[in-house]
Write a protein that binds this ligand. Sequence first.
Ligand SMILES: CC(C)(COP(=O)(O)OP(=O)(O)OC[C@H]1O[C@@H](n2cnc3c(N)ncnc32)[C@H](O)[C@@H]1OP(=O)(O)O)[C@@H](O)C(=O)NCCC(=O)NCCS
Length: 173
Amino acid sequence: MSHQITVRRASVDDVEGIYEMLKPFAEKDIILQRSRDNIFQHLQEFLVADYDGALAGVVCAHIYGKNLAEVRSLVVDPVCQQHGVGRLLVEGCERWLAGLGVTKIFALTYVTGFFIKQGYRIVSKESLPHKVWTVCVHCARFADCDEVAVEKTVAEGFDQKMNMMPIIEVEER
Ligand SMILES: CC(C)(COP(=O)(O)OP(=O)(O)OC[C@H]1O[C@@H](n2cnc3c(N)ncnc32)[C@H](O)[C@@H]1OP(=O)(O)O)[C@@H](O)C(=O)NCCC(=O)NCCS
């Protein structure tokens, strides 16, 4: 039997699930730690991958300016990884941001290969504006950051409607 995983905007009912999903990766310094309050305050930035009402993954899209946004806090539940959920979440962010008029998207990441497969290219961290680092200063690895900056220009003509959020079919786990 197959199930659908859909990408949708997060709601207040997702906050605990988002918190629990991010926590183990934050504890390993793979992503930045977020408190429940922080997730509530930034909830408009979150998309979730919904698997029959449970969360399969989350991502956050933070806008810095007219032509720059960051994909951050990207996590897929380990039992759902390697099924296209990460790609679905990144694509959802791209559609969403393109719909808002933002065309350049970047990420700071340890999974460079994953982003390259989604059409991102490596750029120098110095090419990013200073305001990008205001969040990074809270990271334990800030002084010795070995994340890689990747960037993508969203193609013109990208279908930007939220109701066109991508969906995938997965076999029952
Ligand atoms: C990175 C992560 C989000 C990928 O999610 P996922 O659902 O497993 O990825 P997908 O199944 O959508 O993978 C899409 C493609 O990228 C590839 N890919 C996945 N993870 C990869 C990795 N770490 N390195 C290189 N390629 C990777 C897949 O093989 C697949 O390739 P294909 O198109 O040839 O089939 C997930 O592994 C994760 O949550 N990791 C821990 C947290 C993390 O590192 N987050 C990133 C913070 S920026």
